[in-house]
Write a protein of this length. Structure first.
Length: 256
């Protein structure tokens, strides 16, 4: 149960990171640097990152560090490949866990229990759906999305998000990464437009702060703060794009 809640928290943080990436697209048409960020995100075919995550809500607090690899269009139908390794965690049961997907097959290694889950992407989705009843319904109280209305391009995503948020520059800074390396970054702030936000989101409040790498405008950090639901932050202390990640990265040899 606790392990499952950890993955819900990690999933929420990854979603927050993705939201930050989409927000960048929302400002791309207004600024040359963000135009470059949009192109960078749209064109990248693979990548590698080390990400520090922190979450603090009325229900739980957790932090950790994960290393991730990804590649687009790896599966037969263009599904992505991924590898996630938990390097550090305040949740002891999560330390050392590895999740790998090659676009079709998925492996989840739990060294604490000495078990490996093996299945297809569709089987994993079905299994996760079966276990939703174990959680408080509020954990899954998400709006239903009409796939036909989902943005099909960065421009459409920008237009949609700008209906709800105002984005502005907020100075520059230096991000300390792996090994003490310093990375120059630009600060952005995303401010909700109260009269446009759905009531449940308006009541929560809060701001989203972003850090973009000065050299290429890559998203390095996303932070949610000042809201009633708590605090969350995800920061890439290492980010590499289009590095030709070896195919064997997205396979898993089951231990004895």
């Amino acid at each position: 149960m606790k392990r499952n809640r950890y993955f819900i928290s990690l999933g929420a943080l990854l979603a927050l990171f993705a939201l930050g990436a989409v927000v960048i697209l929302a400002r791309a048409s207004a600024d040359d640097m963000l135009q470059q960020a949009a192109r960078l995100l749209a064109d990248a075919q693979d990548g590698h990152a080390i990400v520090e995550v922190q979450i603090d809500t009325p229900q739980e607090s957790a932090n950790g560090k994960v290393e991730v690899w990804g590649r687009r269009d790896a599966g037969a139908q263009g599904e992505p490949a991924f590898r996630i390794e938990v390097l550090e965690s305040s949740k002891a049961e999560a330390i050392g866990m590895v999740a790998v997907g090659d676009g079709d097959q998925v492996w989840i290694w739990n060294p604490q229990k000495n078990t490996v889950y093996v299945g297809t992407r569709d089987e994993l989705k079905a299994r996760m759906a079966e276990h939703r009843e174990e959680f408080d319904p509020a954990d899954f109280d998400h709006p239903e999305f009409n796939k036909e209305e989902m943005p099909q391009s960065p421009e459409e995503a920008a237009a949609k998000l700008l209906e709800y948020f105002t984005a502005e520059r907020n100075g520059s800074d230096v991000l300390i990464g792996e090994g003490g390396d310093e990375t120059a970054v630009e600060r952005l702030r995303l401010i909700p437009i109260p009269e446009q936000m759905p009531e449940e989101f308006r009541a929560n409040g809060g701001l989203l702060n972003l850090l973009l790498r000065s050299s290429d405008s890559a998203l390095m950090s996303a932070e949610y703060s000042g809201g009633a639901v708590g605090y969350a932050k995800a920061t890439a202390t290492l980010l590499e794009l289009d590095i030709d990640v070896p195919p064997e990265t997205f396979s898993f040899d089951i231990p004895q």
